[in-house]
Design a protein around this ligand. Structure first.
Ligand code: PLP
Length: 344
């Protein structure tokens, strides 16, 4: 920033890196950490890029901001716009999870619900950025947006005692987060803040929308878009990932992997993380746990290595999906006899 008075700060970042002994044991892994970005101001990592982009938009003199979003960026941009006191326009696919829309609307954003996929909403947002004088954070000021997320990598290194992790598992939609984390790790190495950089970067996607994983597995340089994503992980349902080819390069350069998980594995991943570590994640978090499990089981991530899993959004964001996986409520009369029937 040139002008610090324009900084819009809701307190994004500085999230906890949990050492997860019980989850490590369940997965049969030596050492596992979860970077818990569910505790950001709007409950996803998207506060990191939104804080930088909205601040920069103010500095450039834009009078309104917005974004194309699968839901989390909508809430993050809307909250930062509210703090700045400027209008916000968010373009989302009309099947976006209720709580994400509700959250952005409550912050005062104008919600444009597009009949179609994220890619179609994104295309309309790009046209809108030509039509109106808005700063759309992941479109016409995208370079600033993509810078914001690298703080996650800085924090992980600091929290590990100024060193990079052996492996890091990152959920991928557009692939921007994964590239930003890699940039952050490399900057710390260039500044000699960490000794070396041997981190293997693992990119995780849901099977029903896994264009980057498909390219990795077929040794392709190109990412073929998925036209109709079908997955419980709405936040990662980006069929034509903007940073897909760059994410692919990072994964290969770091000797890492790209892997997918099925919807069933993703929902199991959410429950396993919650039951072993007390962390409530949305499906994007379930994807990272499920992909890690796959890679440990296949031997690609050795059991004696250390892994950091990025859990990027809260379970409260996806209540309609998660509700289907928990037992139905049993109502009882307020008596001990009735209680015994339930407890057994
Ligand atoms: C919770 C969550 N995790 C991960 C991602 C993926 O981020 P990117 O599009 O930068 O790959 C998203 C994208 O919306 C998200 O909402």
């Amino acid at each position: 920033m040139e002008d610090e008075r324009r900084v819009v700060d809701l307190g994004a970042g500085f999230t906890t890196l949990h050492e997860c002994k019980r989850l490590a044991k369940a997965l049969n892994l030596k050492r596992l950490y979860v970077k818990d970005d569910t505790v950001n101001p709007t409950n996803s990592f998207k506060d990191r890029p939104a804080a930088v982009a909205v601040s920069k938009a103010l500095e450039f003199g834009f009078k309104a901001v917005g974004c194309a979003s699968t839901g989390n960026l909508a809430a993050a941009t809307a909250a930062h716009a509210a703090k700045a006191g400027i209008p916000c326009y968010v373009f989302v696919p009309s099947n976006t999870e209720t709580n994400k829309v509700l959250q952005a609307a409550t912050y005062g954003a104008k919600i444009i619900a597009v009949k179609g996929t994220y890619d179609e909403a994104n295309r309309l947002a790009a046209q809108a950025s030509d039509e109106y004088d808005w700063a759309l954070v992941n479109i016409n000021i995208r370079p600033y947006y993509t810078e914001g997320s690298k703080t996650l990598a800085y924090e992980v290194c600091e929290q590990l005692g100024w060193r990079a992790p052996e492996n890091i598992v990152i959920p991928m939609g557009s692939g921007a987060l994964l590239c930003a984390i890699w940039r952050g790790l490399n900057q710390f190495r260039e500044l000699d803040l960490i000794d070396g950089l041997e981190t293997r970067v693992v990119g995780a996607q849901p099977k029903g929308c896994s264009p980057i994983v498909s390219a990795f597995k077929s040794n392709s340089e190109d990412v073929t878009p998925v036209e109709r994503p079908e997955t419980v992980t709405k936040s990662l349902a980006i069929g034509d990932p903007g940073d897909g080819i760059y994410a692919l390069k990072v994964i290969r350069e770091s000797r890492g992997f790209a892997e997918y998980a099925t919807d069933e594995e993703i929902l199991e991943g959410i429950k396993l993380l919650a039951k072993t570590e007390g962390i409530f994640a949305e499906p994007a978090g379930g994807v990272t746990i499920a992909v890690l499990k796959r890679l440990i089981d296949s031997g690609e991530v050795p059991r004696d290595e250390e892994v950091v899993c990025c859990v990027t959004g809260s379970g409260f964001k996806s209540s309609e999906t998660i509700l289907e996986t928990v037992p139905k409520l049993v109502e009882i009369e307020p008596t001990v006899e009735e209680l015994k029937k339930v407890i057994g």
